[in-house]
Design a protein around this ligand. Structure first.
Ligand code: PLP
Length: 389
């Protein structure tokens, strides 16, 4: 049996071999992609190849991919009041976001706090489309120009959002839709056209690329950012200045190409193991609750809680047993906050200390067994001595 089971793929995935190779090759290229000489052109070629591969993953044109340093940064670039479409230059005055977005969207980008409005989710963690429609019709009646941000899959529950339906509502009211696809990419199809996304965020390290590379993809050239994120040398269409992270971007591109080629096979592999994991989890502890189980979910994610279980203690206990996973709760400045996702789903405070297990393409049956062994021990300890699992 493996010494450790890494089951925290939603936090970050291991580097794919194709990405490692692309990264190492790119490190040997000396040029600055902005230089006109042969060395510079060689670096530029690596970036443009990566742009093609990333575009291909989401069915976009390479010219519409803007590389950033992370998914967080791509979200920051996307959430701007100064996005012009169809020649209309009036600022977007309202940002509507689902109540379960990642912190990098919940922060609101460059919108003032008072312009941000939450759209609720149902008990299964799916965005409430009727509430979205109401908010959009309010915006339309005020001649407002809203930007809407809805993630494709939630990082805690794995619940896949009805993005195409949301897009129809948003577009009918003349809104613009940004989709954070950081957790969905490489696990479920992310074709921008089918989703109806106007802007879409990706992060390299979640799909087997290195940390420090992300992208914002726009649906077409008619979407214009009048407010660059970083001004300077004009890189990335003037939206994100600074000499590019050539090796990181090249490796991100290689990871995107591999993720696209292998998605169907990897998703089936993860789903099979995840189903076994959930069946084992419930067999050991019937009262355990798996959040979003009734909804369409990513094939790799399980967020669960059990009566009496304390997430922070459980994560440490699993780690000591050789299993790496995380709590659904966010830890900031040393204080563990209850999950805003579970709170939005109306989960009682007693069950909000949930634990997230997330699998990946190299996860094995032995990893699942290791998790179940550790869970059996915690459950026994909990029932014997009232020790918090
Ligand atoms: N969006 C979602 C849904 C995420 O899960 C994450 C990271 O966990 C991010 C955005 C941020 O991505 P990055 O780590 O590249 O900044």
């Amino acid at each position: 049996m493996a010494e450790r089971a890494y089951l925290d793929w939603n936090a970050t995935a291991p580097l794919r071999p194709q990405a490692r190779e692309a990264w190492q090759d790119a490190l040997a290229v000396v040029g600055n992609p902005s230089s006109v000489h042969a060395e510079g052109r060689a670096a530029r070629r690596l970036i443009e190849q990566a742009r093609e591969d990333v575009a291909h993953l989401v069915g976009a044109r390479p010219a519409d991919v803007i590389f950033t340093a992370s998914g967080t940064e791509a979200n920051m670039l996307a959430l701007s009041p100064a996005i012009e479409t169809g020649g209309e230059k009036r600022p977007r005055d309202r940002l509507l976001i689902s109540a379960i977005e990642h912190a990098s969207v919940r922060a609101g980008g460059r919108f003032p706090r008072e312009a941000i409005e939450d759209i609720p989710v149902d008990a299964d963690g799916r965005v409430d489309l009727a509430a979205l429609a109401e908010a959009m019709s309010r915006a339309l009646s005020r001649a407002s120009r809203p930007l809407v941000s809805i993630m494709l899959a939630n990082n805690e529950t794995g619940v896949v959002q009805p993005v195409a339906d949301a897009a129809a509502i948003v577009h009918a009211a003349k809104g613009l839709l940004h989709v954070d696809a950081v957790q969905a990419a490489g696990r479920v199809p992310c074709d921008m056209d089918s989703l109806g996304a106007d802007l879409l965020t990706l992060s390299g390290h979640k799909i087997g690329g290195p940390k420090g590379a992300g992208a914002l993809v726009r649906a077409n050239e008619g979407i214009h950012f009048a407010d660059p994120l970083i001004r300077g040398g004009g890189q990335e269409r003037g939206l994100r200045a600074g000499t590019e992270n050539v090796a990181g971007i090249a490796a991100f591109g290689a990871a995107a190409a591999a993720a696209r080629r292998q998605m169907a096979e990897e998703a089936a592999h993860m789903l099979e193991l995840r189903d076994r994991l959930e069946a084992g989890l419930k067999a050991i502890s019937p009262p355990a609750v798996i959040f979003g189980a009734a909804a369409d979910r990513l094939p790799n994610t399980t967020l669960f809680a059990a009566p009496g279980m304390k997430a922070e203690t459980a994560v440490i206990a699993f780690d000591l047993e050789g299993v790496a996973l995380s709590s659904g709760a966010a830890c900031s400045s040393g204080k563990v906050q209850p999950s805003h996702v579970l709170a939005a789903m109306g989960v009682s405070a007693a069950l909000r200390g949930a634990v997230r297990v997330s699998l990946g393409w190299t996860t094995t049956q032995a990893d699942v067994e290791m998790f179940l062994g550790a869970w059996r021990k915690r459950t026994t300890a909990l029932s014997k001595g009232g020790i918090a699992a």
